[in-house]
Write a protein that binds this ligand. Structure first.
Ligand code: MF3
Ligand code: CO
Length: 258
């Protein structure tokens, strides 16, 4: 069953998304070559807890950290540690916040320093695919309209979507029904209704779509070692246009774009 949030629940989803947005904005100035990924994790956790939130990922199925930091050929679920960020790489940061009984989930990929043109194109295509998918989050559309739209855009750019990991419903639980694949034929699955809240999250690889899991049991990386990008928003379906509850994570000073 796909949960439908009432007014009060939506208000709380907005509050969780607001704290998540604030956390991304706080982290933004620290996302520079030289900083360790564990430092980013500490900063994010401090911000979330300072406003009464809880990091959604910490302890989730035993996940050991508050955020995921995945670098270059790492797709998602990179565990923060003493590694330092390096110029020329894509760093994908994924954060979840639990506040007032509700979760919000979002991710952004950042280019560190000058990026080569293919990496830059990979990041742009992934972000555009996310936004095209979000445009399909309209009452009356079917779930797989989102999936199909994301896959079509990604493949038109010469890239591939990861099959093993999917977007998801979100609310009182971090992962609710339905699963939202980033691929598939259009016009299938449940009809979208106002009050549904989804985490849409394309993971896009420059080369093979195939992935494997590192010995740490979490980090997902590309099989061919080529880079990957990941963007995610928490989205509310309404009577009209979809509302991107985490849109503020994209507001950053222009000179910071990689
Ligand atoms: N955004 C990720 C997802 O929806 C959350 C990471 S799960 C965790 O799958 F285990 F790392 F917490
Ligand atoms: Co998610």
């Amino acid at each position: 069953m796909i949960s439908i949030k009432n007014k009060e629940e939506i208000k709380n989803m907005r509050l969780a998304a607001g704290l998540l947005t604030k956390t991304f904005q706080y982290l933004r100035s620290y996302i520079r070559p030289g900083i360790t990924t564990i430092k980013l994790d500490q900063l994010a956790e401090e911000m979330i807890r300072s406003e009464g939130g809880i990091p959604s990922f910490l302890g989730y199925h035993g996940y050991p950290s508050s955020i995921c930091v995945s670098i270059d050929q790492e797709v998602v679920h990179g565990i923060p540690g003493d590694r330092a960020l390096q110029e020329g790489t894509i760093v994908s940061i994924d954060i979840g916040v639990f506040l007032n009984g509700f979760h919000s989930d979002a991710a952004m990929s950042y280019g560190l320093g000058p990026l080569d043109p293919e990496r830059r194109k990979l990041m742009n295509s992934t972000k555009t695919a996310l936004h095209r998918g979000i445009k399909k989050c309209r009452t009356g559309n079917r779930l797989s309209d989102i999936s199909h739209c994301i896959q079509s855009h990604v493949e038109s750019q010469g890239f591939q979507v990861v099959r093993e990991l999917v977007g998801h419903g979100i609310g009182r639980e971090l992962h609710e029904e339905p699963q939202i694949p980033n691929f598939g034929s259009p016009h299938r699955g449940p009809k979208l209704k106002p009050g549904m809240t989804f985490a849409i999250e394309p993971m896009v690889n420059m080369g093979t779509p195939d992935v494997s899991i590192l010995e740490d049991g979490w980090t997902v990386q590309t099989k061919d070692g080529l880079p990957s990008a990941h963007f995610e928003h928490t989205v509310l379906i309404t009577d009209g246009k979809p509302e991107i509850l985490t849109i503020g994570i994209e507001n950053e000073p222009e000179e910071m774009h990689g």
